[in-house]
Design a binder for this molecule. Structure first.
Ligand SMILES: [Zn+2]
Ligand SMILES: [Zn+2]
Length: 343
C-alpha cells in the first residue's frame, strides 16, 4: 500500500509498505480522509519525542471497513467508520472506571514514543481494534468525520466543566479546539460565550460559529472587558485552549469568584500560577485530556449541524501532497487550520 512515512526527522516520504495485518479483534480500514494534527506537525522535528521514525503518523481519520478479524461480528466490508485516536486496554484501574483517556496502557495511533510503535492513518489502510471504531451516519462526509477527534476534545472539556443553563463562558484561544469549544459551550446551554484571541480573523470565525462577544487580547484588558459584560462579576467558567502563561492568567482572571477554569491547551509544559488569586477567589482548575467516550455524542452533534466543522477545514489534498502540506504547516503559514489528506 501507499503510505506517508516519517523516515527520519524532517523527512516525510511516500513509500510502498506491506498492508497491516489484523488480529482477531481488529478491523482493517481503507482510509478515506485523515487530518494533520498539530501534534503530527510538531512530531516532524522530534521536539516532542513522540514520533520516533520510522513512523506513519495520522490519528484523525475516517474510512471504510475492508476486512474484520474473526471475533468481530458487527461490522462488515463497506461500512463507513471513524475511530478514536486512543487505543485503551479495557482492563486497568482507569478503563474499568470508564476513564479510557487515562488508561495506564494507552497507545495512540500514529505515535512511536519508544515503548511502542503504532502506525497511523496517513496510508491506504490502517488496522485498529474493533472497540475504538464508530459507525458514521450517511450525512457525514469522510472529511467531516476526520474532524470528530478534534471536536471530541472540545466536547470532553465542556463535559468536565459544570455550569447551569444560561451561564457565561470565556474561551481563551480560538484556534481549532477553541472554535469547537465555543460551539460545544453554546450547545451545552451557555447563554454567553466570549471568545478571546490575538488574531482578528479567528475572532471573526468565532462570531460566525456562535460566540456572542469577542475580545481582541492585543488591544484590551481581557478580564476587565469580561467583567463589563457580566455585571462586574466575571464569567462563570473559562476554557483555556492555548496553554501558556499569559493565556492561563487571562482565563483565571476572567472568571468570577467560585468560577472554574478548564485547561485544555499545553503549548508550554509549565506556566506560573497566580496562586493567591486562585485560592482567595476560590477558583477551580480542571485539566482535560483527549476524550473519554464522547465519540457517539460528537457524531450526533455533527450530523445534526449543532457543531459545524466545514469552515475549519482549510484544504483537502491527496496523500501524495502530504510532505508539501506538512512543510506549510510547519512554517506556520497564516490562515491554515485543518488540512485533510486523502489516500
Ligand atoms: Zn490530534
Ligand atoms: Zn486501560
Amino acid at each position: 500500500m501507499d503510505a506517508l512515512l516519517l523516515k527520519e526527522y524532517m523527512k516525510l516520504e511516500m513509500v510502498r509498505m506491506a498492508e497491516p495485518e489484523i488480529g482477531l479483534e481488529d478491523v482493517l480500514v481503507r482510509v478515506r480522509a485523515c487530518g494533520i494534527c498539530g501534534s503530527d506537525v510538531h512530531g516532524l522535528d522530534g521536539s516532542t519525542g513522540r514520533r520516533i521514525p520510522p513512523i506513519v503518523m495520522g490519528h484523525e481519520a475516517a474510512g471504510e471497513v475492508v476486512e474484520t478479524g474473526a471475533a468481530v461480528r458487527d461490522l462488515k466490508a463497506g461500512d463507513r467508520v471513524t475511530f478514536d485516536s486512543t487505543i485503551y486496554c479495557g482492563r486497568c484501574f482507569y478503563c474499568t472506571r470508564g476513564d479510557i483517556n487515562l488508561c495506564d496502557n494507552r497507545q495512540v495511533l500514529g505515535v512511536s514514543p519508544g515503548e511502542y510503535r503504532r502506525h497511523g492513518a496517513f496510508a491506504e489502510f490502517v488496522a485498529v481494534p474493533r472497540r475504538i471504531i464508530y459507525r458514521l451516519p450517511d450525512q457525514l462526509s469522510f472529511e467531516q468525520a476526520a474532524m470528530i477527534e478534534a471536536a471530541s476534545v472540545a466536547v470532553h472539556a465542556v463535559n468536565l466543566t459544570p455550569f447551569p443553563l444560561g451561564a457565561s463562558a470565556v474561551v481563551v484561544g480560538t484556534g481549532m479546539i477553541g472554535l469547537l469549544a465555543v460551539q460545544a459551550l453554546r450547545a451545552a446551554g451557555c447563554a454567553r460565550v466570549v471568545a478571546v484571541d490575538l488574531e482578528e480573523s479567528r475572532l471573526e470565525s468565532a462570531r460566525k460559529l456562535g460566540a456572542t462577544e469577542t475580545i481582541a487580547a492585543s488591544q484590551v484588558n481581557v478580564p476587565g472587558a469580561v467583567r463589563e459584560l457580566t455585571d462586574g462579576l466575571g464569567a462563570d467558567v473559562a476554557v483555556e485552549c492555548v496553554g501558556a502563561k499569559p493565556s492561563v492568567e487571562t482565563a483565571i482572571a476572567s472568571v468570577r469568584k467560585g468560577g472554574m477554569v478548564t485547561l485544555v491547551g499545553n503549548v508550554s509544559p509549565t506556566a506560573d500560577l497566580p496562586l493567591q488569586a486562585v485560592v482567595t477567589r476560590q477558583i477551580r482548575l480542571q485539566g482535560s485530556c483527549a476524550s473519554s467516550g464522547e465519540y457517539p455524542a460528537v457524531i450526533a452533534l455533527l450530523a445534526a449541524g449543532t457543531i459545524r466543522v466545514d469552515s475549519l477545514i482549510s484544504a483537502v489534498a491527496p496523500l501524495g501532497e502530504g510532505p508539501a502540506w506538512f512543510a506549510r504547516l510547519y512554517r506556520r503559514e497564516p490562515g491554515l487550520m485543518k488540512v485533510i489528506l486523502r489516500p
